[in-house]
Design a binder for this molecule. Structure first.
Ligand code: G6P
Length: 609
């Protein structure tokens, strides 16, 4: 999400910046802007919507000059409007930012007390004011940015200009990407390699906690605590299209690998570990409403529907509120009994799915309180809801949803803890335990992603199958159905996801040596029962692949093969069991040579009934 480009050198830079932003379009954005120093002052032009709108605005107000920064914004704090678009300015300072400032509310309060007036709703503008305040002490820009960032918690990549020091851009990175490009007598920075690949192949990605000064003569790099860093650029040999995919073969594989970061971004700033609580001001649910809830209805389609199955599990387990999930298209096809006292949670990665929007409207008319969970700020579904909770997966290009799915799962955890605490059904100590385990989940996900070679080998025989059965129980049932959907979406192999206990009521008739059975069976209270179901499949010559915890030593005697995931809090196991199934589908599809990122007949945003 968000794209940054910066240039310092001898050339007029507005076109270079716009060109770079164009190459970052794949990251998704809803507004864009440039700041260029013209020899006297810094001019800023910003526009909502496509880059073409920025180009048109630049025709009316050209930005001459050879020091500049540009940005494409994917809205997270504040709507996608011109005032919220970057660059943000404070005095002589202009800044672009990618990331999320966790403590923005507190920082904004302090600045407001000092008399600062804010032009936008963004967390970014706060950083511009902080740098401006520090720069007043007369120090160079590097020192001002360093001191300002000392107050900031969260994720950021920033590029900063000061019209009083017009030979430099200061850049810094913590958790959000930034790469430096080395030209001949000119320097670049960007969120990603493709933006500047046509201009230079010599690149240096910044590492966590690094801050640097770009001038025509090169890069001076330091750690945020002031130590000099000496690293040399590498020569990039990727093609432009490989670079867009971060070196991965497909966007889907890139997005699968982005999930730990996407979960971190979705959790960031929303969890108070000491209080054992979830901080969320956008939900539009006060303590009274939470306490008096009669029921939670989840409405969604496709993969988002599978995330809501987990939501229902958590809602019953943690918030102790009667819950049900509804396919949006079925909800509108009936005469649902829903109304006052009900919370309807509409979940949608695109925020635009017509069936979900229609279901939301039906529930709203009947008097229910509506909460949207979406990945695209200000899209139709959050706009129509009373409150919105945004997942911060960043744009997902692969049609088959992966990182949007797991960030929706994360939203379900946060929502259940939020309601559980307010309803008095979740003790502080257990909430602290869940949230502590939750913030550790991204690292556990990283260990699962490292199993990709093992999973690729297991995928090879599966590519020959005509059909596959995915089984799960309890918290793993949503993962089984999502695993089956992923396989059918991208490999075109027929697959069914089934509640393991239901296998004996039908699917067992299909099981023979040609029917692979994939069992999601982490170490939890459903383990013994699903182990029996798997034995039943094995007795009928079904070939069983288990996604299990190594802890369960008997798994070798139960399944033919196993993918071992780390042992985590049982209520959080979907985060580690979903990943092997995504990778499995991906490798099967890749072996079959299908169009992984754009499977036939499927669309990323479905705006038809
Ligand atoms: C399409 C997409 C799926 C998605 C579904 C629901 O079918 O290909 O990935 O799960 O729509 O979309 P939504 O945007 O509402 O989550």
């Amino acid at each position: 999400m968000c794209g940054i480009v910066g240039y310092v050198g001898p050339q007029a830079c507005a076109d270079i910046l716009v060109d770079g932003l164009r190459r970052l379009e794949y990251r998704g954005y809803d507004s864009a802007g440039l700041a260029v120093f013209d020899g006297k002052r810094t001019g800023v032009v910003r526009a909502v919507g496509k880059l073409q709108n920025l180009v048109t605005a630049l025709k009316e107000k050209p930005l001459p000059g050879s020091l500049g920064i540009g940005h494409t914004r994917w809205a997270t704090h504040g709507r996608p409007t011109e005032v919220n678009a970057h660059p943000h300015c404070s005095g002589e300072i202009a800044l672009v930012h990618n990331g999320i400032i966790e403590n923005h509310i507190e920082l904004k309060r302090h600045l407001a007390e000092e008399g600062v007036k804010f032009a936008s709703d963004t967390d970014t503008e706060i950083v511009a004011h902080l740098i401006h305040r520090e720069a007043k002490t007369g120090d160079d820009l590097l020192g001002a940015v360093r001191r300002a960032l000392g107050h900031v918690h969260g994720a950021y990549a920033v590029a900063v200009m000061d019209a009083r020091q017009p030979d430099r851009i200061v850049v810094a990175k913590n958790a959000s990407p930034l790469v430096i490009g080395f030209g001949e007598g000119e320097m670049f920075c960007a969120s990603d390699i493709p933006a500047i690949l046509p201009y230079t192949k010599r690149m240096l990605p910044l590492e966590e906690g690094e801050i640097g000064v770009l001038t025509e003569s090169g890069l001076e790099l330091y750690t945020l605590d002031g130590k000099r860093v000496d690293r040399q650029p590498k020569t990039i040999t990727w093609s432009a299209s490989q670079a867009e995919k971060g070196g991965f073969k497909h966007f889907m594989l890139k997005e699968i690998n982005e999930q730990p970061r996407a979960i971190e971004d979705t959790i960031r700033g929303r969890v108070d570990l000491a209080a054992g609580d979830v901080i969320e001001s956008e939900l539009g649910i006060d303590a009274e409403t939470a306490k008096s809830l009669k029921r939670v209805y989840f409405i969604a389609c496709g993969t988002s529907h599978h995330a809501t199955l987990y939501g229902r599990f958590l809602m019953e387990h943690i918030a102790k509120v009667p819950s049900q999930t509804e396919l949006a298209s079925e909800f509108i096809g009936r005469d649902p009994v829903v109304g006052e006292g009900d919370l309807v949670v509409a979940v949608s990665q695109s925020g635009e799915t017509l069936d979900t929007l229609a279901a939301l409207k039906v529930a709203k008319e009947k008097g229910a309180r509506i909460l949207a969970v979406a990945n695209v700020i200000d899209s139709a579904i959050p706009r129509a809801a009373h409150g919105a909770f945004y997942t911060h997966a960043g744009p997902e290009i692969g049609v088959a949803s992966t990182k949007c799915f797991t960030t929706q799962l994360a939203a379900m955890v946060l929502l259940a803890v939020f309601l559980g605490r307010r309803r008095g059904t979740l003790e502080k100590e257990r909430a602290q335990e869940i949230l502590q385990n939750f913030v550790e989940i991204p690292n556990q996900m990283r260990t699962v992603l490292a199993l990709d070679d093992i999973i690729r080998d297991l995928a090879r025989p599966l590519a020959q199958a005509k059909s596959a059965l995915f089984l799960g129980r309890g918290v793993s049932y949503p993962i089984a159905v999502e695993g089956a959907l992923k396989l059918k979406e991208i490999s075109y192999i027929h697959a069914e996801g089934y509640a393991a206990g239901e296998m004996k009521h039908g699917p067992i008739a299909l099981i023979d040596a040609d029917m692979p059975v994939i069992a999601v069976m982490p170490d939890d209270k459903a383990y013994e029962k699903i182990a029996s179901n798997v034995q039943e499949a094995k007795a009928r010559e079904g070939h069983v692949l288990a996604v299990a915890t190594r802890h369960n030593a008997d798994i070798g005697g139960i399944a033919h093969n196993a993918i071992y995931v780390p042992k985590v809090d049982p209520v959080l196991s979907p985060f580690v069991t979903a990943l092997p199934l995504q990778l499995l589908s991906y490798f099967v599809a890749d072996f079959k040579g299908t169009d992984v990122d754009q499977p036939r007949n499927l669309a990323k945003t479905v705006t038809v009934e």
